[in-house]
Design a protein around this ligand. Structure first.
Ligand code: ATP
Ligand code: MG
Ligand code: MG
Length: 378
């Protein structure tokens, strides 16, 4: 069996690595270069989407910002899972918001904004502060603006108008204005749905961001909001007739979850499952799209994940910490770029806290800010 993944980054690579023992081959299609590549070593295997689709039994994706010209033939191939509606729901915040409405799950109130008058109307309707997000292409907090006070409105709109003017003419860029949610913290739910509607869920993961980029994820088994998150997942996944791994980011406000956004794919906040769960999110995605039974998601031991941003080297001494696993993506370093991650596991949460302390002491502080703030949370 051969799976084609749209996108040739680290998520395709980690799916490919997990597919090998299942006797499944993964090829990746690099949407930018139009090349078919081996996602493990980046070797070029061929060219062109048509060939890639012809040679694949199943087509899936590792990212949601996929041009319509690629999505259409994938959909027409009849092999595409979770399908173009699911991908668009992750890639276009207007489609996403409409879907959340339709599925009846709680999320931040919003309005679409195309001009200054509509931004003023959004302030009237939703109040301040507002979080303004580009409808397309946003990731790692890019393409976002905050409007805190009325006096900033002109300046913020000038920036947004500039941004919209530079947007590609091929895709219809726009802006979604969201009510600012004064959340307690953020969690995500990663789950998988099979083609017969079976679902499995990992425990909620608590996520900490630095400068809009995920820094640390902590698995939170037995979280009191697990059942609420699973109900919301089910409503969204059923609405999309979803097949594969789906990740949902939430804001926690007291006893209530509000959906922030969807990722119709394996997700950075699920990387801990490689060492912390019976079946990883990557193996479960491959299983789901290939029509195989889903794997158990039971947590094996307390685990957390730390992202490595902008660095392609860390002290070898890290590997002396028991329960530590390094995952490099084999990419060329650029400031802020996701280069790899560290999974850290232990037998107990107390032991995990001790090992995390050891890890923090070995990491260069300027590249891993704010980690010690998380120590008391473990
Ligand atoms: P990702 O890399 O997760 O795809 P993104 O660029 O799509 O990120 P969001 O997840 O929508 O962006 O927003 C980034 C972060 O900004 C959120 O994790 C949250 O901390 C904050 N944020 C977003 N929307 C709101 C909101 N309505 N109220 C308060 N904070 C928000
Ligand atoms: Mg996003
Ligand atoms: Mg997000």
């Amino acid at each position: 069996m051969r799976v084609l993944v749209l996108g040739a980054g680290q998520l395709a690579r980690m799916m490919a690595l997990e597919a090998i023992p299942l006797n499944i081959e993964v090829q990746a299609f690099d949407v930018r270069s139009d090349q078919i590549v081996d996602p493990i070593n980046q070797q070029v295997l061929g060219e062109g989407l048509q060939q890639a689709l012809r040679d694949a039994d199943v087509v899936t994706a590792e990212f949601e910002h996929i041009p319509q010209a690629v999505l259409e033939p994938c959909e027409q191939s009849g092999k595409f899972l979770p399908g173009s509606r699911a991908i668009l729901s992750g890639g276009d915040r207007r489609v996403e918001k409409a879907l959340l409405q339709q599925a009846g799950v709680a999320n931040a109130a919003y309005a679409e904004v195309h001009n200054k008058a509509e931004l003023e109307a959004a302030v009237q309707q939703l109040g301040l502060p507002l979080v303004l997000k580009s409808a397309l292409e946003g990731y790692d907090g890019k393409g976002q603006w905050r409007l805190k006070q009325m006096e900033q409105l002109d300046a913020v709109w000038t920036e947004i108008a500039q941004f919209l003017k530079q947007a590609s003419k091929k895709a219809k860029q726009g802006i979604v204005a969201e009510q600012f949610i004064p959340f307690d913290y953020e969690v995500s739910l990663v789950g998988a749905r099979s083609n017969n509607g079976d679902t499995v869920f990992y425990p909620l993961t608590e996520n900490h961001h630095v400068n809009g980029v995920l820094s640390v994820s902590l698995a939170r088994p037995e979280h009191p909001l697990q059942a609420q998150a699973e109900r919301m997942f089910q409503a969204i996944a059923d609405e999309l007739d979803y097949v594969g791994v789906l990740a949902i980011e939430f804001f926690v406000v007291g006893e209530q979850l509000l959906v922030n956004e969807l990722a119709p794919r394996v997700h950075n906040s699920g990387h801990w499952t490689q060492q912390g769960a019976d079946t990883s999110q990557f193996a479960n995605h491959i299983r789901a799209v290939c029509g195989l039974p889903l794997g158990a998601t039971s947590v094996l031991r307390p685990t957390l994940m730390v992202n490595i941003l902008g660095l392609d080297q860390l002290p070898d001494a890290l590997l002396t910490i028991p329960g530590l696993h390094l995952h490099w993506y084999g990419k060329t370093a650029r400031p802020g770029r996701k280069m790899g991650h560290i999974n850290l596991s232990a037998d107990t949460t107390e032991q995990l806290a001790k090992r995390f302390e050891q890890l923090i002491a070995l990491l260069p502080e300027e590249d891993f800010p704010e980690l010690e703030l998380l120590l008391p949370k473990i």
